[in-house]
Design a protein around this ligand. Structure first.
Ligand code: COI
Length: 341
């Protein structure tokens, strides 16, 4: 049962202490046994490859308490496969998909009372993390790795839930190069965005949108999430680019859109096409579907919708994916994995 000493209505998107995280160590060519660890601090070698050469990657997922009381994790296999690809790209031992999903189930079960009650709009955020913990001073992959999954109850990422936000394009900074690491989930991509992100926030924009690093003429993604645009005829358009992270939420929304009979296009989106969208959103595990009502690039201000208006297509997508996650709509694609507590 959910804890009674937490004000679930006040949840934001931030760290909070729970019962434990789950931890596995890889050495001598194999993954060891699962360990539940209460202490949120980790001790590692000062020469750990994650500290010096950024040998690290992570994932973001959510578990939901449904009306029936069932707890489910949304599409964990998708995140497992993405972390597998990221690990391979970073020359880290990939976590087998079954081990990843099992770790998620176990750590959610061990923290069951932190899964927010049904009806509060909250969820339990899962943050799987794979890091090189073995010392490595010459530039090379480490010989020891640690895989952990931490969890915490969360509410909306941006204040106000489905409230639309303003975005800015800052042409002085790029997120990811065409043959770089933009399509895998490494901390470095977020580090690359922090400076521009802080500047954007300071100047009044909660999120920045990146164009392709080579030509600055195509839309890529937001610092925190993917980009999607809806045309007046209901067509769902999202960028196709080798430097955009393949978002599990975007993939799910594309499926929902196509189930609703909408046209779905995954293709390059020239910057100038933004003004042809009647609705634009940021989408991802943390932000779910966050409408974007205005995009500024220097003196060019593109107003997409009224400041407080949530377009009908975005509302439908949000309601559909949340309905599947909270169990009020049929999970016809079998996306939810039950956690037995
Ligand atoms: C997620 O959506 O889970 C992410 O990992 C993005 C992060 C910026 C919160």
């Amino acid at each position: 049962m959910p804890r009674t000493d937490i004000d679930w209505s006040k949840l934001g998107f931030g760290f909070s202490d729970v019962n434990c995280h789950i931890r596995y160590v890889w050495k001598d060519g194999a993954w060891g046994e699962a360990e539940f660890v209460k202490d949120p601090y980790i001790t590692m070698h000062i020469g750990a490859s994650c500290l010096h050469y950024g040998q690290e990657c992570f994932e973001g997922m959510k578990a939901f308490r449904q009306e029936s009381g069932r707890i489910v994790i949304f599409r964990p296999e998708e995140n497992a496969m993405r972390m597998f690809r990221t690990a391979t790209r970073c020359v880290m031992p990939p976590v087998p998909v079954e081990m990843f999903v099992e770790a998620c189930r176990k750590v959610v079960a061990a923290n069951e009372e932190y899964v927010p009650p049904y009806g509060t709009g909250g969820s339990l955020y899962l943050r799987p993390l794979l890091i090189g913990t073995g010392p490595q001073i010459g530039v090379a992959p480490a010989h020891e790795y640690t895989f952990m999954v931490m969890v915490m109850p969360v509410g909306a990422y941006y204040k106000g839930g489905l409230k639309p936000v303003r975005a800015v394009i800052l042409d002085d900074w790029d997120r990811a190069a065409p043959n770089g690491m933009g399509d895998v989930k490494v901390g470095g991509n977020y580090a690359a965005s922090l400076f521009a992100h802080e500047k954007a926030k300071h100047d009044g924009w909660p999120v920045e949108l990146y164009l392709d690093a080579k030509t600055h003429s195509f839309v890529e993604e937001f610092s925190t999430s993917n980009f999607l645009g809806i045309k007046a005829d209901g067509t769902y358009v999202t960028p196709d680019s080798t430097s955009v992270l393949p978002s599990v939420t975007n993939k799910s929304l594309r499926q929902c859109a196509s189930d609703l009979g909408w046209k779905v296009e995954c293709r390059p989106i020239p910057y100038g096409e933004i003004r042809e969208f009647s609705e634009v959103a940021a989408c991802g595990t943390a932000v779910v579907v966050t409408p974007v009502w205005e995009i500024t690039r220097g003196g060019d201000v593109i107003k997409i919708s009224d400041e407080n208006a949530v377009g009908p297509h975005l509302q439908k997508l949000y309601d559909t994916v949340q309905g599947i996650q909270y169990g009020t709509l049929e999970d016809k694609h079998g996306w939810c994995r039950e956690v037995i507590v």
